[in-house]
Design a protein around this ligand. Structure first.
Ligand code: S3P
Length: 172
């Protein structure tokens, strides 16, 4: 079985709206591993929503909390960890992840990302202005980092099951 050969945490990286949390949860279920969502862990630790943390303390403070929460999750044994879209762009956080985890870049086209992030208003970095332009610019800027992940999987529009299967195949 694949699960038996996995010897480290699996970390999902990629853009906001690509489906890291949903796909991560399903992947964990398939592999009978615990699932952790880094953003949820930050919200729990701070007792504040992500947008509130950004508004009250700024992005640098959020990134510091994110780095610490991810370090703790990486030391928590085998699991599937979904990270926020900016985590793997931060040098220290990315290096910690690369050192300790098997990394998976979940990728979608801009249309799919825009459609998915437009479902709610939880993302402070996309507020105001043209969401498509922001997503496009951010994707281009971040790809050099995301592409440092070991596995690259497309997550197309529609159900997330296909991406889960692609990851399972890549792990075989
Ligand atoms: C961010 C992505 C968000 C969250 C925060 C910042 C980013 O997570 O961590 O709003 O910089 O891309 P999702 O990728 O789960 O939306």
């Amino acid at each position: 079985a694949i699960a038996a050969r996995i010897d480290r945490p699996l970390v999902l990286v990629g853009m906001m709206g690509v489906g890291k949390s949903t796909i991560g949860r399903k992947l964990a279920q398939m592999l009978s591993l615990p699932f952790h969502d880094a953003d949820d862990a930050i919200v729990e630790a701070a007792q504040m929503e992500i947008a509130e943390i950004f508004d009250q303390f700024g992005e640098a403070y959020f990134r510091d909390g994110e780095r610490r929460v991810i370090a703790r999750l990486l030391d928590g044994g085998k699991s599937v960890i979904a990270t926020g879209g900016g985590a793997f762009v931060q040098d220290e956080t990315r290096e910690a992840i690369r050192k300790k985890a098997l990394t998976i870049w979940l990728d979608s086209d801009v249309d799919t990302l825009v459609e998915r992030v437009s479902r709610n208003d939880k993302r402070p970095l996309l507020r105001g202005g043209n969401v498509r332009e922001k997503v496009e610019a951010m994707k281009a800027e971040r790809e050099p980092f995301y592409s440092q992940a070991q596995i690259h999987v497309m997550s197309d529009a529609g159900p997330h099951g296909a991406a889960v299967n692609r990851i399972l195949e890549a792990l075989e």
